[in-house]
Design a protein around this ligand. Structure first.
Ligand code: CO
Ligand code: ZN
Length: 331
């Protein structure tokens, strides 16, 4: 799976500009799907199976977009000011490299800071693309970029930008590959614009109209020095979300996930995340309401250019997702 993870995480597609990642994912799933379409907001909808007598229509959502920056102003000397797309952490900006969707690379600098012990505000940061005037600057207002950082294989642990949520995309692709027979009608939806408020999933969940929904996304951990008080850690299995800041997972979905993991002897962790949410929230609240939950990949340093996952958690997430989808669902 590592070459796939590398390929997906080294693709640049901030929210709203998912064409490159959609084409990369389409190339992976084309031969595995019964039907593929792209919806009007750009989400890639991949169907496998048809709804049999005991089957359910299940939506699996993994978001394709990533956090990024958008140019708001270019000054006379060619320096680019910007705003965030999604939750940007200013303390991770200085010295970072970015790449615009049009291919232009740049580095992030800051104004002279009065207090070097504090993180700069977003408006104290700028992108230097090597220009010397507004005229020769290849970036214009409204251009977007993602963070540039190569994939790093530490053996058991993998580091990359946009593990959030290309790792979820990789898990969904591999579960689709592993899913030979299913009584269910499964829609693997690679959604757009999650990082700006689960917008792609809001539209695609309405269109798919599922009986049950699951997001596959990253979650935080509490296993780093002086980390947050959170039970989830790397290497202890994928996490079954019970609650986050935007959703109470349906207890029947939680129960289905845990029962399936225990039966297949797949390690898992119970997750309560106090900040953030996922596409599962959009699925849960669509139409008249849908039982929904989330399979989470424990991830350190979320929303920085170096997000870390454990490879065994990723592989166990694929196993658990394939097991969940291959049998009738009694909810
Ligand atoms: Co995110
Ligand atoms: Zn995410």
């Amino acid at each position: 799976m590592k070459p796939l993870i590398q390929k997906l995480t080294e693709t640049f597609s901030p929210s709203g500009y998912e064409t490159a990642i959609r084409e990369a994912i389409r190339a992976e799933v084309e031969a595995l799907a019964d039907e593929i379409r792209t919806d009007p907001l750009g989400s890639l909808i991949v169907r496998k199976g048809t709804k049999g007598k005991n089957g359910k229509r299940i939506m699996i959502a993994a978001h394709m977009d990533e956090i990024g920056l958008i140019a708001t102003h270019v000054d006379d000397n060619g320096f680019v000011r910007f705003a965030g797309i999604g939750g940007i952490r200013p303390q991770a900006l200085t010295g970072s490299r970015v790449r615009f969707v049009n291919g232009v690379p740049g580095v992030i600098g800051t104004d002279r800071l009065a207090d070097l012990t504090k993180a700069p505000a977003l408006e104290q940061c700028f992108i230097d693309v090597g220009a010397s005037s507004k005229k020769d600057c290849p970036v214009k207002v409204g251009d977007v970029c993602g963070f540039e950082r190569p994939f790093l294989d530490l053996g058991g642990r993998l580091v990359a930008k946009s593990m959030d949520d290309r790792i979820g995309c990789a898990v969904a692709i591999e579960a689709l590959r592993a899913l030979k027979e299913t009584p269910n009608e499964v829609y693997f939806v690679f959604t757009t614009q999650e990082e700006v408020g689960v917008r792609g999933a809001t539209a695609s969940a309405f269109g798919v109209d599922p009986d049950v929904g699951l997001a596959v996304d990253v979650t935080g951990t509490g296993d780093t020095p002086k980390g947050s008080k959170m039970e989830v850690g790397l290497g202890k299995g994928p996490a079954v979300k019970v609650k986050d800041a935007g959703m109470l997972a349906d207890p029947r979905v939680v129960e289905w996930m845990i029962r399936t993991a225990e039966k297949a002897k797949i390690p898992y962790q119970r997750e309560v995340l106090e900040g953030g949410s996922t596409d599962a929230r959009a699925i849960q609240l669509t139409r008249a309401g849908v039982p929904a939950g989330c399979l989470s990949i424990p991830t350190r340093y979320v929303h920085t250019p170096s997000e870390m996952v454990d490879y065994s958690d990723v592989q166990n997430a694929v196993k658990l997702l394939a097991a969940l989808l291959s049998k009738p669902v009694n909810i």
